[in-house]
Design a protein around this ligand. Sequence first.
Ligand code: GLY
Length: 373
Amino acid sequence: MDKLQWAEEVAEKIIKKSEVVAKENKENIPYTTVDGKFDDMVKANFCWWTNGFWGGMMWQLYNATKNDLFREIAENNEKILDRNFMEAQGLDHDNGFKWLPTAVANYRLTGNKASKNRGLLAANNLAGRFNPAGSFIRAWNDGGDGNTAGWAIIDCMMNLPLLYWASKETNDPRFKQIAMLHADTAQKYFIRPDGSSNHIVEFNPVTGEYVTTFGGQGYKEGSSWTRGQAWALYGFTLSYIHTQNKQYLDTAIRVANYFIYNIPESGLIPVDFRQPEDCTYEDSTAAAIAACGLLEIAKQVNEKDSKIYEKAAINLIKTLAEKRCNWDLNVHNILEKCTAAYHDERHEFSIIYGDYYFIEAIWKLTGKELFIW
Ligand code: GLY
């Protein structure tokens, strides 16, 4: 890839801002900002699914700068997550999102044995969520939504790399086999013929039979929640990278082509590609995640196709850099206009994984990336 001057300049701005912001957030784990300052999930919910992204951001920044401040904060984030291992209700399919960017990243960079141990504990727990009847990994534990024993969600594709990593580390194929069985189920039941994806699929947890789909965090059943499309696009690409099973790449490409076709002229991504026309809700996280996935697809396909995916990714990221980034050093977040779910009361705010994937995408473009997934 040619050197992109604008991306180099954005990388410099990220580092400059992060050096200031990190100093003010050494002990907390942020989810969002309140009046421009990061909140603290250690106090609010130490098991929350996003609690690995701050550590992941710090490892990406450490990898690029070798500034020990970033490493120390990442190590602290990883240690805080240990409490989660003693809270069974707070362990779910998101173990990948929590421990890949923290413990496994640490282990990859430093060989730290305690970090490897944490990664393997998280992987074993994730593997234990596999339901052989329906051949899927159960997403959440029962809470507000009633009985969710039969629920699987597309986001889980991003958690599978924890299992691929565990198989390699332990020389035990079980983890990888479980990941591939889940990916096969996701291909069959989540990805629609047009390349769009369901968010939630319910199976009968006893017989394994398909029951129904739910719109989940998107607009409605049968709609097209953009972050879910992005998880599918990136997640299937990762399953291909870890297994070399060509079907996963074909699926990722199908979702990618659908995603690219639906990008509005503005280059800014709505919360749902099928939300009502008069609704302007955006989700910048979907743009950043999709860009990361598209850049990985670009590395797996022929030269001509590679340019298509690279160009689409660059357009998404450049649009975010020009229109949706906040470079004020007094404001902690970078990315603006992120949305967790279409039907939430709150829309278009800062969310930590938006910042994480934006940085990951800029790092991919500038050669600074630590490969986390
Ligand atoms: N994995 C949950 C979400 O994307 O909001």
